[in-house]
Every structure is written in structure tokens, then in C-alpha cells.
Design a protein around this ligand. Structure first.
Ligand code: SF4
Ligand code: SF4
Length: 346
């Protein structure tokens, strides 16, 4: 989501090209932004008036429920997106004044891999916000077209969505739970970076789950949180794909990267399953993954894709989060599936 605050932040940050990580030449455009471009709007099947369609789909009762829900959640989401950028103001001012403020404390950098801090972080994140955590370097090809990030490492967080409402997908309850989790995870990452700064003098910037500077899904896979399933979501051991993702960018390699290949076996399971492809209301998931040029940018090379993002977006928007493919995925339905299937497929 290209907010006013994000635009201002990027304009200021890009004045210091030697300090930042920029998108690669083949970067993909951020999804929500792509769907507001005139190029997309000209396409047949594009949503002409997303909000109108969203409310019309719900009927009068649903429309009132949806409007009430959004009125409660949107201010908090927008405030937490703004906070991501506001909290970077001192850092940007220091660059502009030519007196860059110290990053993560030297003490923490020297004591890499900081197992004590890592365990404290896992405990704090889980006990307070019920989120799981990974750590990795951000590849430049994951940074969205035209964007940049101030720091090259990332803590990546995932938070569960509740089973009962998601199982009702594509009904409104599921979309509302998607929004609830965007909101609670946005609050969590802002709180966790404040805690890291105060307790350990670790420098970082939270990026709201709705406000993407980078592509969170492959980033979560790279950070070892899970593997991208055929529905394009990361299947985690803890929550299956029934979760949302959000990172905190960190300036130094202060933890051991959690990049792992322990979830690779899921690929074979997906090849045999196909539940999501059969259930998708708009047939957005391919029968077999294929090499295609995704439409979000003219520069992108062909990528191995398992679903058609444009088709998905129509249904996703009209239902406030769709989630049918998440609800039918065996990893969402039963928390024991991961361990049971891993023993069989590894
Ligand atoms: S979110 Fe909905 S439309 Fe998109 S792939 Fe999943 S089931 Fe299909
Ligand atoms: S529903 Fe089946 S095929 Fe689709 S992502 Fe889940 S496990 Fe893979």
C-alpha cells in the first residue's frame, strides 16, 4: 500500500543511495499498487470500483457489518503504518544533518550470534504477541519496484489467523479475520522493535503487514518460516498457511540466519494434494505451476508461478480477503498435518 508517509520516507531515504538497499532492475511492483495502475484498470476483468463491489457483495446486513468492522480497524492500521515511518524520522534527520546516529550498539554486533538475545526475542514475541520469528538477509530482488529499505537484514514474523472464521471463507467472517490479523501483527511488530531498541539498542524498522516495501512471502520462506505452497502462501509448521507476515529490517547481522531447507518436502505433498486449485472460486491456481511473466512489472523475468495473481485479486478484493485456498489446505485444517506428513514425505 503506497501511503503518503511511505512516499515521503522513500524520497528522503533515496537521497543516500550509498546507505540503502534498492530494488533490483527486475523488481516486481507491489500488488495493491499494481491494481491501481491505469494499465491494470484497462484490462477486462479489472475491478472498476473496488469499494462499491466489495460492499455490494455483502448485501445490506453484511455491508453494515463490514463498514462497522472497517471503521474499528482502519484507524489502528493506518496509525501503525504511519508509526513505521515516524519512528525512522530521527534516523533520517541524522543522515540529512551529516551526523548519522549510531546503529545497533557495537556491543551487540561484537557478541554475534547473540543466542541469549535471540531466545529472549523468541520468548517475548511469542508470549506477548503469539508470533513466530525468523532472521535472514533481504535479497534485492524481493524489494518492490521503485522502493528501497534502509537496512539489509530482516526479522520476519508470522501470526496465526483464527481457524473458525477462516473456515467460513469466502464469507465475510474470513475477510474480517484477515483484517484483524493485519491489524494485530502491525501492532506487534511496532511493539517488538520498540522493545529491541530499548532493551538491547538494536536498530530496526518495522514494516506493516499491509504496507509492503518488500515481498513478504518469499522473504518468510527464505527466513525458514515455511515453504510457499501452490496457493502462493507460506506453509508454516506452526500455523500452516493460516497466518499473516510482517518484517522488521535490521541494520547488522546480529543473529544466525534461520534460512533452512527443512520444509522442502512440502513441494511433493502439494503436487499430490491440489485441494486449493480445485476449490479456488475463480480458478486462479494453475493445475501445474508454470513459468510465466507476472504482470506487475514490464521488467520482470519469467518466474515459476503457481497461481494467476490478477484473477486472485478480483476475488480477494470482492470478499475482503477471500482465503478459500487457506481454509481448504490440510495444513490449515489440522495442526498435526505438518508433523504427520513430514515423517511420511521426508
Ligand atoms: S485467495 Fe481466493 S481467489 Fe486467491 S487463490 Fe486463494 S482461493 Fe483463489
Ligand atoms: S491445499 Fe494442498 S496443494 Fe494447496 S497449498 Fe495446501 S497442501 Fe499444497
Amino acid at each position: 500500500m503506497n501511503s503518503k508517509e511511505e512516499k515521503k520516507f522513500l524520497t528522503r531515504l533515496k537521497k543516500f543511495p550509498e546507505k540503502i538497499c534498492k530494488a533490483s532492475d527486475t523488481a516486481v511492483m507491489e500488488g495493491f499498487e499494481y491494481f491501481t495502475t491505469s494499465e491494470y484498470k484497462k484490462k477486462s476483468g479489472a475491478i472498476k470500483n473496488r469499494a462499491k463491489k466489495m460492499f455490494a457483495n455483502q448485501g445490506l446486513k453484511g455491508g453494515i457489518r463490514l463498514a462497522t468492522h472497517m471503521a474499528k480497524r482502519m484507524p489502528s492500521m493506518l496509525n501503525n503504518i504511519k508509526k513505521n515511518y515516524k519512528d525512522m524520522d530521527d534516523y533520517l534527520c541524522s543522515l540529512e544533518n551529516g551526523k548519522e546516529i549510531p546503529h545497533t550498539s557495537e556491543k551487540v554486533v561484537k557478541t554475534f550470534p547473540n543466542k541469549g538475545i535471540w531466545n529472549d526475542l523468541l520468548q517475548y514475541s511469542w508470549n506477548k504477541h503469539k508470533v513466530i520469528v525468523g532472521f535472514t538477509k533481504v535479497p534485492e530482488e524481493y524489494i518492490f519496484e521503485g522502493k528501497a529499505i534502509p537496512f539489509q537484514y530482516a526479522l520476519v514474523f508470522a501470526q496465526k489467523m483464527k481457524k473458525e472464521p477462516i473456515e467460513k471463507a469466502p464469507e465475510l467472517d474470513a475477510g474480517m479475520e484477515v483484517m484483524n490479523t493485519y491489524n494485530s501483527l502491525g501492532i506487534a511488530t511496532n511493539d517488538i522493535i520498540k522493545w529491541l531498541k530499548t532493551k538491547y539498542e538494536i536498530m530496526g524498522m518495522a514494516n506493516h503487514p499491509l504496507g509492503g516495501l518488500v515481498d513478504f512471502v518469499p522473504l518468510a520462506e527464505k527466513a525458514g518460516l515455511g515453504l510457499i505452497g501452490r496457493h502462493g502462501m507460506v506453509i508454516t509448521k506452526e500455523f500452516g498457511p493460516r497466518c499473516r507476515i510482517s518484517p522488521i529490517f535490521i541494520d547488522k547481522k546480529i543473529f544466525e540466519p534461520t534460512d533452512t531447507i527443512e520444509h522442502e518436502w512440502i513441494r511433493e505433498f502439494c503436487n499430490k494434494c491440489g485441494n486449493c486449485a480445485r476449490s479456488c472460486p475463480v480458478e486462479a491456481i494453475y493445475k501445474k505451476p508454470k513459468f510465466v511473466q507476472i504482470s506487475h512489472s514490464e521488467n520482470t523475468k519469467d518466474r515459476y508461478e503457481s497461481y494467476d495473481r490478477e484473477k486472485c485479486f478480483v476475488s480477494f478484493s470482492a470478499t475482503m480477503g477471500c482465503a478459500v485456498c487457506i481454509s481448504v489446505c490440510p495444513f490449515s485444517r489440522n495442526p498435526k498435518t505438518y508433523d504427520k506428513m513430514k515423517t511420511k514425505y521426508s
